[in-house]
Unconditional design. Structure first.
Lengths: 371, 405
């Protein structure tokens, strides 16, 4: 067993941390909530220059052939920095769909442009029912000659307003199918949703949107299985992003309680506060190991449905506990909107409700356990 | 990163599994229960000797002392499988006393005790706690007076009646589990009462529990298992039984805790596996328990916590094999594993409904009463060998560098 990162991953981690420390200060994060685009474009292009977007794509598609584990190392740092960007949507959600299910042409064209930072792609799968199951999509795609006509409403589509393409999950007569939709197509409209952490998530309405038959990913009607795998990968990736955030919360908290004095002592000398901090570290270490074990299994092509759900069920609750204890330990100052803590506590809630919460994943796990 | 076993480790794990499947009989399980989780004189010792023959009791030790020079990982795997099978695990002799003798003891001490421990011929009981020294171990008072000529001279006791190459022990220990049937006491005693730094006046020694002057009195725990008070009344302990240097005992004890504090999760995993099976096969109100969404949620949660406890457990082996000292990590694992185990027993009894209160041997008892027993046992595990609160203190102080209050 080896619980550590390899040398290259350690280097990548350090580079990412240094880069985001200077490039993504919290002032910028807060500004992006109010910004219409919602992400710093200059930083986005610098990330592309560093090879981050293409990190886990094969070399022939413009990537650098890194592994899923390498990608998660980056995501942990992004979670730590609260980086506002379409990275997760473009690389982890859309990128994985293209990589897993796209034909050679689709891969060549789309992935190389994503790797260059020239293309933003997002995924539209959640619907107003709020179901976390991909096969529950009610958006319809009806054949019309060489095209499909898509109609339906999608929610929580990240960065839909700046995306070049939206991958839309819709039902055809043969089942769930994944469509590549040009965002300039007629009939697409979006409304920004007002979310807890002020990120850019949209309602996207497809009103008789025409899509060519050649813009299907994989086989018609097979979208369910394909999507399930990609969403499982994304779930593990999300967990590791959350671990990065939780780690930063702990470090902020420890730093504060060592210095803040009450009753003549640093508050970190009181056992009530010490036990809060110990519980935070325990939640973080267990979250980290569960998440990285799932990521390692993905990397090694081993079955990982069980581990993915274990990780998301645990981390969803653990990250929230960590932010709650962070606030309790730091007290009043941490409750101010210009403090860094609210960024994390709001993100912890949003991340919990993304890609399945703890109850959902415990149910998936129960099925995996043969219950 | 790699969360799998190597092919060699996997093969050994399988061999251990196979042997245990043959050797762990209902008679052994009953004896383990009768002997408070330890190795009883008949079946328990027989099993330990079988494991000892293969070097599996203390696998990390050098061959000359009965080990197989293995990695820590191998030792952790074996203990995990032993607890899964329900075999008694020696947590004092093989994993606390033995390694401390190996690290700090003189050659004579090593030759005297290590091979016998590794062969499963002897075992030891922990002798740390006293009525006034629980979490605050440095408060221990059991006196060990050095009666050697040199020590008497140093103290200037001109009229000393007792003289000889031994310590004279007087005082009381408490909660010393297994002391009523194992051979030796792994004892912390005060050898320098004059030192104002309390932890600098403590020594570690091995005491033959058959020595004249020792009285052992049973105490019955909430789990029904026995522990003991041990009284020392002018007990003579040869000086050669001193471990390492005099007055360095507290340091040895703390070092041993860093290296050896860990809780295998195999036993809890077995209860969980049986519980899943029970939920699938048992009907209530016309449907399987496993169809109840609340039960499904609870079982899934326990599966996750067990996996987390196991990941913390093997992390310790990983660190040790890298040459690192897991000081706060071992406390975290102890706290997390024992709290998980207690929740597991709680959940298991809830899933059984009113049947959850039935004890082993009762008519209608599910799963041989393991859940009910471990519910009681869970109170003990989260207290002994360092309470959950002390574990959290250690995590905060050593893991996060928070200041002492």
């Amino acid at each position: 067993m080896d619980y550590g990162l390899n040398e290259q991953q350690e280097m990548l981690k350090k580079t990412a941390r240094d880069f985001l420390n200077t490039g993504c200060p919290k002032k910028l994060v807060r500004r992006m909530v109010l910004d219409e685009m919602g992400y710093p474009q200059e930083l986005w292009h610098k990330m592309a220059e560093l090879g981050w977007m293409g990190l886990a794509f094969p070399e022939k598609c413009g990537g650098t052939g890194g592994s899923f584990l390498d990608l998660t190392v980056l995501l942990e740092e992004m979670g730590r920095a609260c980086l506002p960007s379409p990275f997760f949507a473009t690389v982890v959600l859309a990128g994985m769909i293209i990589l897993e299910t796209g034909n050679e042409t689709q891969k060549q064209e789309l992935l190389s442009k994503i790797a260059e930072g020239e293309l933003i792609v997002t995924l539209a799968w959640t619907e107003p029912s709020g179901s976390y199951y991909p096969d529950k999509a009610t958006t319809r795609a009806v054949v019309d000659g060489d095209n499909y006509i898509i109609s339906g409403t999608k929610l929580f589509v990240p960065y839909a307003h700046v995306a070049d393409y939206i991958i839309c999950v819709a039902q055809t007569t043969s089942g769930v199918t994944l469509f590549l939709v040009d965002n300039k197509s007629q009939g697409i409209s979006y409304t920004l949703l007002k979310t807890i952490d002020g990120d850019k998530q949209f309602e996207v309405v497809f009103d008789n949107v025409k899509v060519s038959k050649k813009d299907i990913f994989g086989k018609e009607g097979q979208g369910n299985i394909q999507l399930r795998k990609v969403l499982q990968n994304a779930t593990v990736a999300k967990c590791i992003e959350m671990v990065g955030g939780a780690q930063q919360v702990l470090e902020m908290t420890v730093d504060y309680v060592k210095n803040r004095k009450q009753f003549g002592l640093p508050v970190g000398a009181f056992q009530a506060v010490q036990h809060h901090c110990a519980n935070m570290l325990t939640d973080i270490n267990t979250s980290r190991f569960l998440s990285y074990k799932a990521a390692w299994k993905i990397n090694e092509n081993l079955p990982y449905a069980r581990e993915a759900s274990m990780a998301k069920a645990w981390v969803s609750d653990a990250y929230k506990r960590v932010t709650k204890l962070g606030h309790q330990s730091m007290g009043g100052v941490s409750l101010m909107e210009d403090h860094d803590m609210p960024l994390y506590s709001k993100r912890a809630k949003a991340a919990e409700l993304t890609l399945g919460d703890a109850d959902f994943h415990r149910e998936v796990l129960a099925q995996e356990l043969g219950l | 990163m790699d969360f799998g076993f190597t092919p060699d480790e996997e093969q050994l794990r399988q061999e251990v599994c196979d042997l245990l499947k043959k050797e762990v009989t209902p008679e052994l399980i009953a004896e383990v229960a009768e002997y408070s989780g330890g190795a009883g004189p008949v079946f328990g010792r027989k099993l330990l000797r079988k494991l000892g023959e293969r070097g599996w009791l203390c696998p990390t030790w050098p061959k000359e002392y009965g080990g197989i020079n293995s990695s820590e990982m191998v030792g952790f795997i074996i203990r995990d499988e032993m607890t899964y099978a329900g075999a008694p695990v020696s947590l004092v002799g093989a994993t606390m006393a033995g390694p401390t003798i190996l690290r700090f003891g003189c050659d004579e001490l090593k030759k005297e005790y290590l091979p016998r421990l590794a062969r499963g011929e002897i075992d030891m009981a922990l002798g740390y706690t006293e009525p006034q020294a629980g979490s605050d171990l440095a408060a221990l008072e059991l006196r060990a007076d050095d009666k050697s000529e040199a020590a008497i001279m140093e103290r200037g006791e001109v009229n000393a009646e007792e003289k000889g190459d031994y310590f004279l022990l007087n005082g009381q220990k408490m909660f010393n589990t297994h002391a009523h049937f194992v051979e030796y006491h792994w004892l912390g005693a005060r050898t320098d009462p004059s030192n104002p730094k309390r932890h600098r006046g403590i020594s570690l020694m091995v005491v033959d529990l058959q020595s004249p002057g020792i009285t052992i009195r049973n105490m019955t725990t909430i789990a029904g298992w026995k522990t003991n008070e041990v009284f020392y009344d002018n007990v003579k302990v040869p000086k050669k039984n001193l471990v390492g240097e005099k007055n360095r005992g507290f340091y040895y004890i703390m070092t041993a805790l860093d290296f050896e504090r860990m809780f295998p999760v195999g036993g809890f995993q077995r209860i969980f596996d049986e519980l899943v099976d029970y939920a699938r096969k048992t009907k209530c109100d016309g449907r399987s328990l496993s169809d109840d969404s609340v039960i499904r949620q609870k079982l899934a949660e326990m599966a996750i916590e067990l996996e987390a406890a196991r990941l913390l457990y093997y992390q310790l082996a990983y660190m040790l094999d890298k040459g690192e000292v897991p000081n706060y990590q071992s406390s975290m694992q102890k706290m997390f594993a024992t709290e998980t185990a207690h929740r597991l027993a709680d959940v298991a009894t809830q899933i059984m409904g009113p049947l959850g209160q039935l004890q082993r041997g009762s008519k209608w008892v599910p799963l041989n009463g393991e859940a009910e027993l471990h519910y009681r046992w869970g109170f003990i595990e989260t207290v002994y060998a360092g309470t959950s609160e002390i574990m959290r203190n250690i995590i905060a102080l050593r893991g996060l560098g928070l200041p002492l209050g």
